[in-house]
Design a protein around this ligand. Structure first.
Ligand SMILES: *Cc1c(COP(=O)(O)O)cnc(C)c1O
Length: 237
């Protein structure tokens, strides 16, 4: 079988997203596609931009910096690249917060008050209000990072009160499973935590959840951002 082209993959992902939204009675426009470009080269990112993608997610600060700078060099007086958004989706070390605020429109992975303070401090220095999500750890077998759900409310209250941060929502990565239905209860749990926080007066419009293997289930459960790599760019080497 012929491997599908990047354009075909993007088309398929968009259609699957729309259908999932409609199944859940949601407006497909509510769900943003974050194209995850870790390990993907600048040439392919260009192709994805030409195909209409505008939001890109990277999980490492250094790798993102190199690509963003290389892409910037493609813009000349006669040719402007379209405006893109870059999101940090991977774990952020405190000592890289300074670079993260220079590079990213949204940081999905705030997992402690200390990290939030560091980001806020560097945002103030460059005169920026940094948009962030708080990453939640929903189960012990999940990734190492994320705020324990039992501590979530006080952490959200603190992050929301920081002057140079704008808390926009929550992010989570459920434990890996071959069966996307296994992730449903985690996505539902994240939505319920969001609703509980909103009931306490903390607005959290964004839910970043769902990857190549389970983004449709995530959309059915309320995702507003899905982070999709493999289904767009193919298997990572
Ligand atoms: C790599 C990555 C993704 C995308 O994973 P795919 O399965 O390739 O879609 C999403 N979120 C995070 C945090 C990642 O590191």
């Amino acid at each position: 079988m012929k491997t599908p082209t990047l354009l075909e993959n993007i088309s398929t992902v968009y259609k699957r997203m729309s259908h999932a939204a409609m199944r859940a009675g949601r407006d497909p426009e509510e769900v943003k596609l974050i194209a995850v470009t870790k390990t993907v080269g600048v040439e392919q990112i260009r192709e994805a931009m030409d195909a209409g993608l505008r939001i890109f997610g990277e999980n490492r600060v250094q790798e993102a910096k190199a690509k963003i700078e290389e892409l910037a060099r493609l813009s000349t007086a006669n040719f402007r690249l379209p405006t893109m958004e870059w999101h940090l989706i991977g774990h952020l070390q405190r000592n890289k917060a300074k670079y993260a605020v220079q590079l990213f429109d949204l940081i999905h992975s705030v997992d402690s008050v200390e990290l939030a303070r560091e980001i806020s401090k560097h945002s103030e220095k460059i005169g920026k209000v940094q948009r962030v999500l708080v990453e939640v750890k929903l189960s012990p077998e999940e990734t190492k990072h994320g705020v324990d759900r039992r501590n979530l409310m006080p952490v959200l209250a603190e992050v929301a009160s920081m002057k140079y941060l704008l808390l926009r929502g929550l992010m989570a990565i459920p434990p890996f499973s071959e069966n996307p239905e296994d992730a449903r209860r985690y996505f539902k749990a994240l939505r319920e935590l969001r609703d509980a926080a909103q009931d306490c007066g903390i607005p959290l419009p964004e839910l970043s959840m769902g990857m190549s293997g389970d983004f449709e289930v995530a959309i059915e459960e309320g995702a507003t951002m899905v982070r999709v790599g493999t289904a767009i760019f193919g298997e990572r080497k």
